[in-house]
Write a protein that binds this ligand. Structure first.
Ligand code: PFF
Length: 454
């Protein structure tokens, strides 16, 4: 018998590799590109407080729930729900997750493509001597182009597909565990530079001094969505990764370490961006372009900034890659396990179809800029709809499933590794997934819709 037959599913082969891969999924453009501009647009410090509350109170429990479902069933999200709740419509959550994965990749690959362009711009030393306005013009000009943003997006999708084809152990684990720590070191260097810029302290107050009058329905919804997006939860990615986690690992500890690491990186990114925004007088409402304008400005102020910017954008691309592989994996695992495709065909089919739609997102500021709905282009629509709606709705049903449907004995069994580790927190966890988390998510939606408060 072939060795493969004895081991029907891949799994992460070491504890560090598993944490690195899961953290690699969580830490990505969401932390470094999305968190700063969303926090900037939604009140800075006040946003951060709400965000942290959501990570702790909702995010970590949802992540644990996804791990429980994945490891218990050894399946992709769709198959997992079919297995745990045969004949019931819960599999629709998994189905929605596959759809969300598809839609996230549509806009995520566009931004990932921007990082490739910025690697290229770093190599040609294109940032040197440019004012903030010139950097803004440079970014806008690139994004409005008709070929380059599309090309980079497709290149990035191809890279992702290539790694996904290599399989879990060889692909995902190998790359993430060396590169993520280097990225962290680079961000810390950027922080030090940003913090020592004259006038930078105003940026720190912006990020850390909450002004609660800035909170409204939109900021709360954005904080909830960002928490889900950044932690890679709400669409079954971590159900899929949970299915690769070995039986002896502690799921709660893993969820806690990954969430803390993810939050730490987002805050570090904020600490690099906001002092620089204030020191250079850059418009904090530069939206999706914010970090692509601010970071080159910081690199200009560093000895050896040329090398740093090159390294940084490479690592940012890698961080994006460790996230895109986890997202594509959701679609591929579904195609392989449910539609019985071979892995290669599944990966190529997913990558090609996502790129076909992704072209319109990448051209959202170019030739597709007229394709708008409610004043938002395709990029902005897929970005908003997946992050702020699909993921929290998915998370809502996942906690309801764990809290009200799945036998508490099964959850306890997974979290305690069949009784071999103590789970004194279990009653609290069950209370959160039964009541606190679903009610909080529902209230955020009602608040946003203006049903109470505004
Ligand atoms: N968490 C990733 C980031 O912050 O960049 C994005 C992401 C990955 C979202 C996987 C959702 C997901 F399932």
């Amino acid at each position: 018998m072939d060795h493969k037959d004895l081991q029907p599913r891949d799994s992460f082969t070491s504890k560090f590799g598993m944490i690195a891969a899961t953290a690699g999924s969580a830490i990505g453009l969401g932390n470094i590109w999305r968190f700063p501009y969303i926090a900037g647009e939604n009140g800075g410090g006040a946003f951060l407080v709400v965000y942290l509350l959501f990570v702790l109170g909702i995010g970590i429990p949802v992540m644990m729930s996804e791990f429980v479902i994945g490891r218990r069933t050894q399946r992709n999200p769709y198959g997992a729900f079919k297995k745990l709740a045969p004949g019931k419509p819960w599999f629709l959550i998994g189905f929605m997750g596959v759809g969300a994965a598809f839609m996230i990749l549509i806009f995520y690959n566009t931004v990932a493509g921007w990082t490739l362009e910025y690697i290229y711009q770093s190599v040609t030393n294109a940032f040197e001597g440019k004012t903030s306005e010139e950097l803004t013009t440079m970014f806008d000009g690139f994004r409005e182009g008709s070929i380059r943003p599309l090309l980079w997006m497709v290149v990035f999708m191809a890279l992702t597909a290539w790694i996904v084809l290599a399989g879990v152990q060889k692909g995902i684990e190998k790359y993430t565990k060396i590169l993520m720590p280097i990225l962290l070191a680079l961000i810390i260097i950027l922080d030090i530079r940003a913090l020592t810029l004259p006038g930078g302290s105003e940026g720190l107050s912006f990020l850390f001094k909450p002004d609660f009058s800035k909170i409204n329905g939109k900021t709360v919804l954005e904080a909830l969505g960002q928490a889900f997006f950044s932690l890679s939860i709400g669409m079954g990615t971590l159900i899929t990764y949970g299915s690769y986690i070995r039986r002896k690992e502690n799921l709660a500890n893993t969820a806690l370490s990954v969430s803390l690491a993810d939050t730490f990186v987002a805050i570090l990114a904020g600490v690099a961006i906001f002092p620089a925004v204030f020191a250079f007088g850059i418009d904090p409402a530069s939206e999706e372009g914010l970090v692509f304008i601010v970071l080159p400005k910081i690199f200009q102020q560093m000895p050896g900034g040329y090398i740093f910017s090159f390294m940084f954008f490479i690592l940012l691309a890698v961080a994006a890659l460790t996230s895109t592989i986890s997202i594509l994996e959701v679609v591929v695992a579904y195609f392989v396990e449910e539609l019985k495709m071979v892995r290669k065909k599944a990966t190529i089919l997913a990558a090609v179809s996502i790129s076909a739609v992704g072209i319109f997102a990448a051209a959202s500021w170019g030739w597709a800029s007229d394709l708008t709905l409610f004043g938002s282009n395709i990029f902005q629509l897929t970005n908003f709809a997946t992050v702020n709606i699909l993921l929290p709705v998915g998370g809502f049903f996942i906690v309801i499933f764990i809290g009200w449907f799945l036998k508490a004995r099964i959850t306890g069994d997974e979290l305690s590794n069949s009784g071999s580790i103590k789970v004194r927190y279990l009653p609290t966890f069950m209370f959160i997934v039964k009541f606190i988390a679903p009610i909080a998510i529902a209230l955020v939606f009602l608040y946003k819709l203006g049903i109470f408060g505004n």
